[in-house]
Design a protein. Structure first.
Length: 265
């Protein structure tokens, strides 16, 4: 476990009766849960169970069909206007979205920019930060991820593991309150996985960032999570501390999923 979150504080992330449908396909059904500031929550479950949709809703890449999402006590999908709640406009979405970073399974780096500019582009042009200060912070982050000497390289000259480290540094450059991780090791060669997971473990234990992580790396989930949520068919089947959920899962669906992914008898 990375650290103990502040249980008394207001939630950093709150889902209230959130449903998401794509046509007739209901991906998330009436989800209600909270994530505390500084908490590391991992979402596990079979493909198509709704895990990545949770992250996409928080990034406003998708809109809720019904229900409410709050980030840091402010509504994400909706906003107050004239004494009532209405769907959020683009200005509101952009403001709240600045509090959230995401690292994708595909690195999504800008191929025409060197590493340093990949990291400083959004802080300078989205947040309006001073270029020199943004570059100094970027170099600090590159030092943290072990790539300070690659600042002037282009992504095409980096390995997959190095590109994913740059993507993590780029997300951190926005100083997010919440960091979303979507299968961040799935595109990496097996020998590169441990280094990236070790880096994320260090970030989780040394910052107050709130994490929501979708991963198939059960060992990592067990080691770094404060809480694990098991999803199936758009619902939370079971949740709890990793030692109890992995050690003594209470739901048969969780047991069968873990048997499959951990190759248990």
């Amino acid at each position: 476990m990375s650290h103990t979150p502040e249980t008394e504080a207001a939630p950093m992330v709150r889902f209230e009766n959130v449903t998401k449908r794509f046509g007739d396909n209901q991906v998330c059904e009436d989800l209600t849960f909270t994530v505390a500031p500084g908490e590391f929550v991992t979402l596990i479950g079979p493909s198509g169970s709704g895990k990545t949709t949770i992250l996409r809703l928080l990034m406003t890449l998708e809109r809720v069909t019904s229900g409410l999402i709050e980030v840091g006590g402010e509504p994400l999908s909706h906003m107050p206007r004239g004494g009532r709640t209405v769907p959020a406009d683009e200005k509101h979405l952009r403001r709240i979205r600045r509090r959230i970073g995401m690292v994708f399974q595909q690195f999504n780096l800008f191929p025409n920019m060197d590493v340093l500019r990949n990291i400083t582009e959004a802080p300078v042009h989205v947040l309006g930060r001073d270029k020199e200060a943004a570059e100094a912070h970027a170099m600090e982050l590159l030092g943290m991820v072990g790539l300070a000497e690659k600042a002037r390289e282009h992504p095409s000259r980096l390995s997959g593991g190095q590109q994913q480290r740059v993507a993590i540094a780029r997300a951190l450059a926005m100083r997010p309150d919440v960091l979303l991780l979507d299968e961040v090791t799935s595109a990496l060669d097996p020998e590169l996985v441990a280094g990236v997971l070790g880096l994320l473990r260090e970030i989780a234990s040394t910052t107050d960032i709130t994490f929501l992580c979708v991963t198939h790396e059960m060992g990592f989930a067990r080691e770094v999570s404060d809480r694990v949520m098991m999803f199936d068919a758009g619902r939370v089947v079971e949740e709890g501390p990793p030692e109890s959920l992995f050690g003594e899962p209470g739901h048969e669906r969780t047991r069968s999923f873990l048997r499959a992914v951990l190759d248990r008898p």
